[in-house]
Design a protein around this ligand. Structure first.
Ligand SMILES: C[S@@+](CC[C@H](N)C(=O)[O-])C[C@H]1O[C@@H](n2cnc3c(N)ncnc32)[C@H](O)[C@@H]1O
Length: 257
């Protein structure tokens, strides 16, 4: 186990990989009540001008498709997807996020509270054309089990699109060994308390493979052109170093059936 030095604005400490703690919905609710993530995700540089444009482009056409928005947060992806003609079911462990997502989407999409680390036994096998999981993977305690659940409910010709923090970004910010695979607690911008896994790219991809997925495309996003006007310093930095990474995954042919 590794422990980072704590500072007043940047508190980090680690748990052994695999330690399971229930999803702390209260923490998400407290953050949400401060309005931090909702506002941040709607207009902030990392979500509005970096993650969403990149992942939505990777997702491509969704008209007429059924999409599971896994860890939907306040429903910003769902809003984009329904506007593009998809039938969206958003799930999140946080009741407050689900409330905000429902409010934002006004009946245009369905939402339900669900901890992704529990079985998706209420969903039919092979019932989704696409699963989108934006910026959630690094929060999961058992990513392989979650990905295996996705494998069950995704059609054989479906796609799982996901984004997560780029391992190089974690390494540059946190220091230590690039190859460390451990849980970290950190205070992000706007006081958002985050617990997540840092892991090298090999370990991230090993989880995809173990769950029966193969990589169709890997994207190291560039800032959307809109970031330059609104957040020029972020645009300059994210043009030169990675922040997030995105994948389009398909079911490996040997795992279908
Ligand atoms: C960074 S936010 C991303 C939200 C949304 N995907 C977006 O990009 O706008 C992470 C979300 O994952 C949710 N989350 C974290 N762990 C989860 C779990 N085990 N099951 C369901 N949701 C989870 C949180 O409640 C939060 O809404």
């Amino acid at each position: 186990m590794h422990r980072f030095r704590a500072t007043p604005t940047d508190r980090r400490n680690c748990k052994t990989p695999g330690q399971r703690t229930p999803v702390d919905t209260d923490r998400f609710q407290q953050n949400q009540l401060r309005g931090s993530f909702n506002t941040h995700a709607a207009t902030g540089p990392y979500n509005a001008h970096y993650d969403r444009p990149a992942l939505l482009q990777l997702l491509g056409h969704v008209e007429g498709l059924s999409v599971l928005d896994a860890g939907c947060g306040p429903g910003l992806y769902a809003q984009e997807l329904t506007a593009r003609g998809a039938r969206v079911l958003g799930v999140d462990a946080s009741p407050e996020m689900i409330r905000l997502a429902s409010k934002r989407n006004g009946g245009g999409a369905e939402f339900r509270v669900h901890d992704l680390e529990s079985p998706l036994d209420w969903a039919e096998n092979k019932s989704f054309d696409r699963i989108v999981m934006a910026l959630v993977l690094h929060h999961l305690q058992n990513p392989r089990s979650v990905l295996r659940e996705f494998h069950h409910v995704l059609r054989d010709d479906g796609r799982l699109l996901l984004s997560t923090v780029h391992p190089v970004a974690d390494w540059r910010r946190l220091g230590g060994s690039y190859f460390a695979d451990e849980r970290v607690q950190e205070t992000w911008s706007l006081g958002l308390e985050a617990e997540f896994r840092r892991a090298p790219l090999t370990a991230v991809i090993a989880d995809f493979t173990a769950a029966g997925f193969a990589i169709e495309a890997l994207v190291e996003p560039q800032p959307a052109p809109s970031m330059e006007a609104e957040y020029p310093k972020h645009a300059e930095r994210l043009s030169a170093e990675p922040g997030f990474i995105a994948f389009s995954l398909i079911k490996h042919p040997s795992s279908q059936g």
